[in-house]
Design a protein around this ligand. Structure first.
Ligand SMILES: Nc1nc2c(ncn2[C@@H]2O[C@H](COP(=O)(O)OP(=O)(O)OP(=O)(O)O)[C@@H](O)[C@H]2O)c(=O)[nH]1
Ligand SMILES: [Mg+2]
Length: 366
């Protein structure tokens, strides 16, 4: 019998063990369009079932691409470039031509300078050990930038297969769905969700008689905030609309709390503005540095949430790191949560984030 693949997530279908990935009741497996039970539940109830696949299982699957010919489209999430650019990508997928596409552009302010951002991304890719043929800025949800990217794919694929590769949750499946919708009119062909780790196997979308566009499972990055927060909190910290930057004029010895998930202390330097790019729904609180510890102890899970009261236990303790900002326009990045742009240099800040989610600095990209 030919192996059946779930059309939603690419997992191999099995009808014997409800607790294992790919389970489908026998009757459902005989239908024309086969969907595993997990995809069915995600689609209809937005409810995610855990699967017993390790991070290594995912990585091994992606590594199968190494021996194939084709073009790689590396999708990153523009809201979390640091957490989604794959270090040394060629080591995983082999030496192939790579197009870099930064997805979720609809989240950045409309005034964002695209030329500057494209250059910034090219440099970031180079620093990550990836040499790219071209860089595209897209929004898979809105469809922005898609035609330029599809033309480039056609040009660079040289009549070969195309692999859409990226960390979990960057929008690979959403991107392919948009392409399918544009060509056939069918909506939401593949399963997508805001949970990381949705796609479990390769899903081939034929391009012509011999070649295909292939959706792949995401690579897991444990440094992402998404792995430490509850489903409810993940929904809240994930921006859905264009981010409205929130600007705070701070004196030194003042602190900003981003919910109760992260914190930035202005330790030393002249009064200046801190421009915050986070989900519009995430509450930001300003307090005096000397009161900051108390505030957290008393109000974490309440005024300072997320984390919600019931999910406090899940989040690791906040750990701190001190940075001296030398240059103008630096972003202090809380991976997966957002960033704070400091327009002028010459100040000292202390950034707090859950243990495992490491704060970093970058040259501002907006
Ligand atoms: N704002 C915004 N959200 C997007 C965009 N593209 C995808 N998303 C959202 O990002 C989340 C993840 O999308 P998926 O398409 O499932 O991501 P994936 O890369 O296939 O994830 P895995 O299969 O887990 O590796 C979903 O909540 C999508 O709605 C976009 O262009 N803009
Ligand atoms: Mg997917």
């Amino acid at each position: 019998m030919e192996e059946l693949i779930c059309q939603g997530c690419g997992v191999s279908i099995q009808t014997t063990d409800p607790d294992r990935a790919g389970y489908t009741p026998k009757a459902a497996a005989e239908k024309e369009t086969v969907l595993c039970q997990r995809c069915f539940r995600l689609k209809h109830y937005n409810d995610i079932q855990d699967v017993s696949m390790t991070d290594d299982d995912f990585l091994k699957m992606i590594s199968q691409i190494r021996d194939q010919e084709g073009l790689v489209v590396h999708l990153v999430d523009i809201f979390d470039v640091d957490g989604t650019m794959i270090e040394s990508l060629p080591r995983i997928v082999g030496n192939k031509k790579v197009i870099l596409a930064a997805n979720k552009m609809d989240l950045l302010p409309k005034s964002t300078n695209h030329n500057k951002l494209t250059k910034w991304l090219r440099t970031a890719a180079k620093e990550a050990g990836i040499s790219v043929e071209a860089v595209y800025l897209i929004s898979s949800v809105k469809g922005h930038g898609m035609s330029g990217l599809t033309e480039a794919i056609e040009e660079y694929r040289n009549g070969k297969d195309v692999y859409i590769v990226g960390m979990t949750n960057v929008g690979k499946s959403t991107f392919i769905n948009k392409l399918i919708q544009k060509t056939t009119g069918t909506k939401d062909a593949i399963t997508t969700s805001y949970f990381p780790g949705t796609t479990l196997g390769f899903i081939e979308i034929p391009l012509d008689d011999d070649t295909a566009l292939i959706d792949t499972p995401g690579i897991v990055n444990r440094k992402q905030m998404a792995h430490y927060v509850s489903d409810h909190d993940l929904k809240l910290i994930t921006p859905k609309k264009e981010i409205k930057p929130r600007v705070y004029q701070l004196n030194n010895q003042q602190t900003l709390y981003f919910g109760g998930l992260a914190r930035l202390d202005f330790v030393k330097g002249e009064r200046q503005s801190f421009v915050c790019y986070f989900s519009n729904e995430l509450a930001i609180h300003r307090t005096k540095l000397k009161n900051a510890d108390n505030l957290l102890n008393e109000h974490r899970g309440g005024l300072l949430s997320p984390p919600g009261h019931d999910t406090l236990e899940k989040i690791p303790e906040l750990t701190e790191r001190t940075f001296r900002l030398q240059h103008e326009k630096t972003d202090i990045v809380f991976p997966g949560l957002g960033w704070v742009t400091v327009p002028e240099g010459g100040i000292t800040v202390k950034a707090h984030s859950p243990k495992g989610v490491q704060v970093s600095l970058r040259k501002s990209f907006i």
